[in-house]
Design a protein around this ligand. Structure first.
Ligand code: HEM
Ligand code: HEM
Ligand SMILES: [Fe+2]
Length: 481
């Protein structure tokens, strides 16, 4: 892959090559994430499975940290990939960027090995620095946090300096520059330590919620805009206009929408009203985004038809399929499954049940995994210099089985959560004992069983996807030759 990038000699090769390096690690971590998820899913059914060898707490932790890290890798990869195209100049600092890549990858490896080999022990000041900070999703110890900040600073400097050097300031790049600064800056909110758990949770949500419901959403907006121009020749004015509208709406609803995490952590009660109102508005921009993708495509096709042409040629079939899936997935996972439990009147029953896990799976997959995989396909196409890449059997199986698997897991977990809400919360009053009673009820147990089965389906889909990403470029190149 690397060689073919070099022989193609298009502008910005080094940056795209670095993007591909990030994509490769991302896909490996995605595979690791799924394996960890399966171990944790089996432990729900057979609690003694790998007990004291590879505990549930560790499998779950590696599962969700790998998720966050692979997505950050894929985002950095996508940025380095689109940078030369959007700026029309040779990106700055790619040599330093490569060094950053290796430092980050070495740090991630060490952190995971420490997670696996040091599973139990006292939580002290030293363990915060060396083992884990214990904050769900961003559990890396502080030494790694500092390393991450340094690597991200290099990354941001490269993107920013390239943007400044270029005379072509596109809307996509302008939004990206501002958004990346917010995205990176928010990470700092999860780094300092306070021994008041309410305060700790308060700041922790600044990272988690303001990432996934504000800055990451804006980021995928910029990717969708870039991809639509690239894949179907959508008009820049149209996609960028939508992008600006979404930025405005996402920051509006997303920031105060954070109140839906402040209902029960010891923050003042006014958060009930603020959280209810603004988080209920959050699906609005997601619907706009959904309409945006489909409307743009339909409009392009309509214009072509009126001119008597066949319509736009999709230059990369698998990427387009994943990006359309993103529009549906974001709308369903974040918009619908999020809205389900966002009002405090509902959340008092659903909080921390399998409902939450159902929403977590569908939203992360639908809103982020999909479009980042789409970007990987665009990356592969660029690396092989293929003018057109069509769907083949592996691409279809990859997208169908992963999407079907995740949707299946979501439905299974929603049913398990429903039983928890009715029995554990409503009927038995959310006592410690009620928690265990609900865990043994038939719908709950069957839900967990179906989740494990659908997890295997997802994993098989992933294998097709990985094989496709490794082979499709060469196939397209051979066809064109
Ligand atoms: C792509 C965007 C989104 C992602 C990736 C996402 C992901 C998640 C995850 C992983 C959790 C569980 C956090 C934990 O471990 O405690 C969560 C919780 C929650 N999400 Fe989202 N979410 C998104 C958007 C939304 C939206 C738009 C809404 C509302 C309309 C929403 C409503 C909620 C609520 C109310 C909770 C708290 C659940 C509880 O009380 O247990 N989410 N979200
Ligand atoms: C092989 C497929 C998968 C299996 C078997 C699986 C299994 C699991 C299990 C057992 C948990 C712990 C749930 C709990 O503590 O109640 C979990 C959590 C989670 N998984 Fe997965 N998972 C899979 C794939 C995925 C994918 C594809 C994504 C997103 C792209 C994802 C995102 C998450 C998130 C965000 C959480 C935390 C949810 C929360 O705190 O509510 N998983 N998963
Ligand atoms: Fe949230």
């Amino acid at each position: 892959m690397l060689n073919s990038i070099k022989t193609n000699h298009f502008e910005g090769n080094a940056s795209k090559e670095l993007g591909m390096m990030y994509f490769r690690v991302a896909i490996i971590l995605f595979g690791a994430q799924l394996l960890m998820g399966l171990i944790a899913a089996i432990q729900f059914l057979v609690p003694g499975f790998l007990f004291e060898l590879f505990d549930f707490s560790i499998a779950r932790m590696v599962h969700i940290n790998a998720l966050v890290v692979w997505m950050l890798y894929a985002m950095i990869g996508a940025t380095y990939f689109l940078l030369p195209d959007e700026t029309d100049v040779e990106p700055i600092g790619i040599g330093l960027g490569k060094l950053g890549f290796w430092v980050l990858t070495a740090a991630v490896t060490v952190v995971v090995l420490v997670f696996i080999f040091v599973q139990v022990g006292a939580g002290t000041e030293a363990s915060i620095w060396l083992i884990t900070e214990g904050r769900e999703y961003i559990e890396a110890p502080r030494w790694a946090d500092i390393g991450i900040v340094v690597v991200v600073l290099i990354f941001y400097f490269n993107v920013f300096a390239t943007f400044i050097k270029s005379s072509k300031k596109t809307g996509i790049m302008t939004v990206m520059i501002a958004n990346l600064l917010a995205l990176a800056g928010l990470y700092l909110a999860g780094m300092f330590y306070t021994d008041n758990i309410s305060m700790d949770q308060f700041w922790w949500w600044w990272v988690i919620h303001l990432w996934v419901e504000a800055t990451w959403e804006v980021f995928v907006g910029t990717l969708a805009a870039f991809a639509l121009i690239k894949l179907i020749g959508a008009k820049r004015e149209v996609v960028e206009m939508w992008l600006w509208i979404e930025v405005l709406m996402l920051f509006g609803s997303g920031i105060l929408g954070m109140g839906h995490h402040y209902f029960w952590i010891g923050t003042p009660e006014y958060w009930w009203e603020i959280g209810a109102l603004f988080s209920a508005l959050e699906p609005v921009p997601l619907i706009a985004m959904f309409v945006h993708v489909l409307y743009d495509w339909g409009k392009e096709q309509g214009i072509a038809k009126a001119k008597g042409e066949t319509g736009s040629v999709i230059t990369n079939g698998p990427a387009m399929a994943w990006i359309v899936l993103n529009a549906f997935g974001n709308f369903l996972g974040a918009g619908i499954w999020g809205f389900f439990h966002t009002l405090p009147q509902v959340n008092i029953y659903t909080h921390g049940t399998q409902f939450t896990a159902a929403h977590g799976h569908l939203s992360f997959f639908g809103a982020y995994a999909t479009i980042l995989i789409g970007m990987m396909y665009i990356g592969v196409q660029g690396a092989y210099g293929a003018k057109r890449m069509k769907m083949n059997f592996n691409s279809k199986m990859g997208i169908f089985l992963t999407a079907f698997g995740v949707m299946g897991m979501t439905v299974a977990l929603t049913i398990a959560g429903y039983e928890q809400v009715l029995v554990e919360r409503a009927e038995l009053g959310a006592t410690w004992n009620a928690f265990f009673v609900a865990q043994n009820l038939p719908w709950y147990v069957q839900g967990q069983m179906w989740r494990a089965i659908m997890g295997v389906v997802t994993l098989i889909g992933f294998i097709y996807l990985a094989v496709d990403l490794l082979t499709i470029g060469k196939k397209a190149q051979a066809e064109e030759a």
